[in-house]
Write a protein that binds this ligand. Structure first.
Ligand code: S3P
Length: 174
């Protein structure tokens, strides 16, 4: 395993539906940290929802915004809990930036849990558009999980566990 980075933030990565946003909120509330959500930051920067960025400018433009936003977060140099869009660690440059922000924690989730959590409403998640959501999740997961594992300093299994339990485990392993 890698040594945690020089920043002191707690950085949550993982697949869509892993619970990054809810766990970040809970962690922030329980342990008194500010919280930042990268998707929300990008929506503010772009002045439109993620799905509109994908629709009007495409995935590559969105990925470029993710990198720009990470650089801005690093400059702010604050200690907080950061929840990160599911595809952000796919760029090598972004993986380096994440590690500089702090300790990167993977919320490891199964395909079944993802499908349960997201239900049928994937309209806000442009990466999951299509007829067969399960096949799409399986395909993306197969590609991404090794990348997530290689990027993280710590890993937490989130299947069948509550947000409070997950936040407490993260706190105990940092
Ligand atoms: C994406 C995940 C989304 C969002 C965008 C792309 C992805 O974030 O950044 O729709 O490629 O996995 P969540 O993981 O918060 O859903």
């Amino acid at each position: 395993q890698l040594e945690p980075g020089r920043g002191k933030s707690v950085v949550l990565i993982g697949f869509m539906g892993a619970g990054k946003t809810s766990v970040a909120d809970r962690y922030a509330a329980d342990y008194g940290l500010a919280v930042v959500d990268t998707d929300q930051r990008i929506e503010e920067m772009a002045g439109m929802p993620i799905k509109d960025i994908f629709a009007s400018q495409g995935e590559e433009a969105f990925r470029a915004l993710e990198t720009e936003m990470l650089r801005a977060l690093l400059k702010e140099n604050e200690t907080r809990v950061i929840s990160v869009g599911g595809g952000l660690p796919l760029r090598e440059e972004n993986r380096e930036l994440l590690k500089q922000l702090g300790t990167v924690v993977l919320l490891d989730v199964s395909v079944d849990t993802v499908l349960e959590r997201l239900g049928r409403d994937v309209s806000s998640r442009p990466m999951l558009r299509g007829d067969d959501v399960r096949a799409r999740v399986e395909e993306l997961m197969a590609f991404r999980r090794p990348v997530y594992r290689e990027t993280c300093h710590r890993m937490v299994d989130v299947n069948g566990r509550t947000v409070g339990e997950i936040a407490a485990e993260i706190h105990s392993i940092l």
